[in-house]
Write a protein that binds this ligand. Structure first.
Ligand code: CTP
Length: 398
């Protein structure tokens, strides 16, 4: 899968460095050329001899050889690579990368690199959660670097929590995925809506729903990984997009979501409405907090605009429009009615009757139905994997 791909690995002084020999073997087995640059401190955790034996390349540590003055060019290494995987990245190197400090061969190579950079932090949970580290990660993401997020688990300190470097097998999967997908949707604009909408009753209360936004965010990440420019219109959720190709447009109400979608739709090639949009909104939200009085309270609701149906009417030739259908009964026939009535190219059917599917879960089980009559049952998978299947179906059709 990685034949001919040039991969540079940057190792810093973290105990997770012991996982890198395995990563090198996995990458080499897939046919990649692998070179290693490491900080002097990283030598205390994994030996250069192990790394050079496995990579079949000399390992670079110092900017120049003190005995004969020969130079190890950080510029050449950064330009040689198709992908630079910084793993593990300590809190210290993370801070240096975020602020442009170039005080060793690894950090100078990072600063000079022209290729895609992945970084896999590894540190103790309190260091990881420290606001400085979180701010540094955000800064690196804003510069277009790709985060390989650390996992929760047992840490070298004996504590348990986030900070454990991702496993080599998963890093291999992420890198392979990157090469497989990167150009599939390049030059395409993708609009994705995600999450719930909140309809205000008064300044402190709202009508909402249980949508977590996970499905929509997974779709946005996958589309961006395929090289698309993604506009993610999101209701209030506790998530943030990671890929630099995603522009986030945060909204609260169905009306705001409609406005954002209508404006982005004109220039979009693919639109996927994954948001759980309120069908009704409060007719007259109270300007001040409603005080308790009487045994009953009646709130009048008015129908919102059906965003997807409106987009279906505006759709031009060449634009691909997909919606979701969340059903509890007569699932398939209801989904088919929505596919036809809203003039869609695809509908993704979610049944709340399926265990592990729908709101809040990390997994989903869906049926993808396209307007050409094709139908694909996707068994229970992570929302990330379901997003990949959905975008595979769309990519093929485009
Ligand atoms: N949708 C939308 N605007 C709305 C309501 C729904 O764009 N005001 C979109 C959703 O994002 C989803 C699709 O329409 O992609 C279907 O949503 P769903 O709630 O399943 O269906 P509705 O059309 O609202 O019909 P019903 O609630 O009666 O099943």
């Amino acid at each position: 899968m990685l034949k001919g791909k040039k991969i540079l690995i940057g190792i810093t002084g973290s105990i997770a460095a012991y996982k890198i020999p395995l990563l090198i073997r996995l990458l080499k087995k897939e046919g990649a050329e692998v070179k290693i640059v490491m900080t002097p401190c990283a030598k205390d955790f994994v030996t250069p001899l192990t790394l050079s034996t496995l990579s079949q390349q000399p390992v670079l540590i110092e900017p120049y050889d003190k005995t004969d003055g020969s130079w190890n060019s950080h510029v050449d290494w950064g330009r040689w690579a198709d992908v630079f995987i910084m793993a593990p990245v300590s809190a210290n190197t993370l801070a240096k990368m975020a602020s442009g400090i170039a005080d060793n061969l690894l950090t100078t190579t990072y600063l000079a690199a022209k290729c895609t950079v992945f970084f896999a932090p590894a540190m103790d949970l309190d260091m990881f959660h420290h606001p400085t580290t979180q701010k540094n990660i955000d800064t690196l993401l804003s510069y277009g670097n790709h985060l390989i997020a650390p996992q929760e688990g047992e840490l070298a300190s004996g504590l348990c929590g986030a900070g454990r470097m991702e496993e080599p097998e998963e890093i291999l999967r992420i890198v392979t995925d990157f090469f497989l997908k990167r150009n599939l949707l390049s030059g395409k604009k993708v609009l994705i809506s995600a999450g719930p909408t909140y309809e205000l009753i008064d300044p402190v209360r709202f009508i909402g729903n249980f949508s977590s936004g996970k499905m929509g965010y997974a779709l946005a990440e996958d589309a961006a990984a395929r090289g698309a420019q993604v506009a993610l219109v999101s209701g209030p959720v506790g998530l943030k997009p990671l890929h630099p190709g995603i522009s986030l447009i945060s909204v609260t109400s169905a009306e705001q979501m409609a406005e954002a979608c209508f404006s982005e739709f004109k220039s979009s090639d693919i639109t996927i409405m994954a948001a759980a949009v309120a069908d009704y909104t409060v007719t007259d939200p109270a300007p001040v907090k409603i005080k308790k009085s009487g045994d009953k309270l009646t709130i009048e609701l008015s129908k919102t605009t059906d965003i997807l149906a409106t987009l279906g009417k505006q759709k031009r030739a060449g634009q691909f429009l997909a919606g979701f259908a969340l059903e509890t009964d007569n699932e398939k026939s209801n989904a088919l009615i929505k596919l036809k009535n809203k003039n869609l190219d695809m509908i993704v059917l979610n049944s709340l009757n399926d265990q592990g599917a729908g709101f809040g879960h990390d997994t989903n089980k869906v049926t993808i139905i396209t307007s050409d009559g094709a139908e694909a049952e996707v068994p229970l998978k992570s929302k990330k994997d379901v997003a990949t299947v959905i975008l595979d179906v769309i990519s093929v059709r485009l």
